[in-house]
Design a protein around this ligand. Structure first.
Ligand SMILES: Nc1ncnc2c1ncn2[C@@H]1O[C@H](COP(=O)(O)OP(=O)(O)OP(=O)(O)O)[C@@H](O)[C@H]1O
Length: 256
């Protein structure tokens, strides 16, 4: 088998149902290379989200064999895997008192995890141990120290530039997440994930809550990320926007 950035073989998902169990899909294979944007489409309820969460190792009802850069997923801890294979949910989960804190959360958690566990991880910016090692710092100063150093690692001007680039000029970094519109929340969630620089981004209807202008801006940002080498799978219900390099359809338990 030639080495793709990401490969999945024999993916299966069986969920509990009134009759006992329901098979959503079975025996699916999928490959994606760096720089590709693949749109995953299909009727509602066919299992698109279930497939993406399976790829991210977030779906307890799914199984199969997956490879990243030719390495089997079993060689990665779930956390290491998700540093490189990032799932962006349809409904954003924004934790923090304000937008800056929300976006900084992966860095803040990384530093706190580094405090708890100094064992080795992958060499990835979103990987807690690796990131702390590359900074050559040990943070032992408790939660306030951790937050402060998260600011050092991801300063406001970088967050500001990222938000501006995806059409969020209107979003103040000090704004509380619950004051954001649905579309703004979706874009903040996207910005946070892009800043962790995953190899494969699994975007589950991230443009569903946006107006056409902002959906186009998000598509342009994903396109830029793909040009820099990120692979992207998008679940979309909107009309094709010309950004995808390929479209696959999930229907009746199969991919075509
Ligand atoms: N944890 C679960 N328990 C029971 N059924 C589930 C579970 N997760 C998903 N399902 C069912 O699996 C099927 C596929 O759901 P999924 O959300 O993956 O579909 P989808 O194609 O992404 O749908 P949509 O386009 O509407 O978002 C649905 O019938 C859903 O009800």
């Amino acid at each position: 088998m030639s080495t793709h950035l990401f490969s999945a073989r024999d993916m299966t998902c069986t969920v509990p149902s009134q009759d006992g169990e329901k098979t959503i899909f079975q025996g699916l294979s999928f490959d994606i290379d760096a720089g590709e944007i693949v749109d995953l489409v299909g009727p509602s309820g066919t299992g698109k989200s279930s497939l993406l969460t399976a790829f991210a190792r977030l779906n307890p009802h799914a199984g199969g064999t997956m490879f990243l850069d030719g390495r089997p997923s079993t060689e990665f801890t779930p956390q290491q895997w998700r540093c490189s294979v990032a799932y962006l949910p349809q409904k954003p989960v924004l934790i923090g008192d304000n937008v800056a804190e929300v976006i900084r959360l992966p860095w803040t958690l990384a530093i706190r995890n580094e405090q708890d566990d100094s064992s080795s991880g992958t060499n990835h910016p979103a990987d807690p141990q690796a990131h702390a090692r590359t900074r050559g710092k040990r943070h032992r100063s408790g939660i306030w120290g951790a937050v402060h150093n998260g600011v050092d690692m991801l300063p406001d001007d970088k967050i500001r530039a990222t938000l501006d680039a995806i059409g969020c000029e209107d979003i103040n970094l000090g704004r509380a997440p619950h004051d954001l519109s649905g579309g703004q929340a979706a874009r903040v969630s996207l910005a946070r994930t892009l800043l962790t620089d995953p190899k494969l981004l699994l975007a589950d209807e991230v443009d569903a809550g946006l107006d056409d202008d902002n959906a186009a801006k998000v598509a342009a940002i994903l396109s830029d990320a793909a040009q820099r080498g990120m692979a992207v799978i998008r679940i979309r219900h909107r009309p094709p926007d010309g950004v995808a390099t390929r479209t696959v359809t999930l229907d009746e338990g199969g991919l075509r």
